[in-house]
Design a protein around this ligand. Sequence first.
Ligand SMILES: NC(=O)c1ccc[n+]([C@@H]2O[C@H](COP(=O)([O-])OP(=O)(O)OC[C@H]3O[C@@H](n4cnc5c(N)ncnc54)[C@H](OP(=O)(O)O)[C@@H]3O)[C@@H](O)[C@H]2O)c1
Length: 327
Amino acid sequence: MDMLPLLSHPLWFLCSLVLVVVLRMQKKGRWDPKKCRVDLTGKTAIVTGANTGIGKSVALDFARRNGRVVLACRSRERGQKALEEIQRETGNRNVVLEILDTSSMSSVRAFADRILRNETRLDILVNNAGASGMPHAVTSEGLEVTYATNHLGPFLLTNLLVDLLKRSAPSRVVFLASLMHKQGYIDTSNLYGKNLEKQKIHETYNCTKLMNVISARELAERLKTTGVTVTSVSPGIVMTEAMRHYNLIIRVVFNVIGFFFFKSAEEGAASTIFCGISEEAEGLTGQYVNSDCVIELPSENARDPPLNRKLWEASEAATNRIGGPGQ
Ligand SMILES: NC(=O)c1ccc[n+]([C@@H]2O[C@H](COP(=O)([O-])OP(=O)(O)OC[C@H]3O[C@@H](n4cnc5c(N)ncnc54)[C@H](OP(=O)(O)O)[C@@H]3O)[C@@H](O)[C@H]2O)c1
């Protein structure tokens, strides 16, 4: 049957239009940052990986709310470009750039030192920087690069800044995890690049995202009485530069499908902004929040206290080796 006359029918056009509108509406979460009136005057936020994607949208939102925003980026050039754009769009001159490479524990320690020297308070820490699709490799500090970037760097950074967060309480920490954490598992020898022969690159990413959920839960437990709350979020599937380490075919497919189905960076930032500033999330701690800004039960592995403690201790050992106490 010849489909062309059918496809050019006005009804077909109308149906397609309705489908696109429905798909776009679905991409929007249930909580809209634009309707949230919270003002951040006098508050300080750090957003890691703030030069693009979700991190940049979060930083832009905080800057619009008059907060002091530290863009923690690994590239001075890319960070500076984002800084100028955010300052231009918001008129907020209280946005600053600091260099941070979360894959390097020395860089994390140097960044934290500068923050502790220069900032008097820290109200919101957003651990957003992350990468997927990087081939397995061990850094000069002896850590596997994706585990270092996505888990150990944010873990160490948060611990180094925890006293400042406590002094600024009520304060909040948000870890950017992912729905994919549900496919992750914990093998602490992976942190050093061991036993990865059978672990595919995307599985490594899933494991690090599980580690983000666990870090949030374990830290929340340890900070229970301090006024510092800790959450992990899924942003949904978001059209960003996240697929940059994958091959061209995967990138093209992601972008084509993403155009119709996936969230924009601005839409993907909603769950992070919700946990970082909203009145609704006040006091919310230890929880995993999905891309609709709704609390969701994380995977069984994330709800295993002995496993959580084991990962915490292994992460402490891995990061203390590099410039830590007793070094
Ligand atoms: N996009 C999604 O669908 C999705 C879904 C679930 C979770 N997430 C999570 O959301 C977070 C943000 O991802 P995105 O989608 O916005 O990706 P993106 O567009 O690739 O942005 C990632 C950001 O992290 C920074 N970054 C990467 N490695 C770093 C390092 N070693 N040190 C410091 N910064 C580093 C990047 O800096 P450069 O530009 O300099 O590389 C960039 O600013 C990630 O944690 C990701 O796992 C994303």
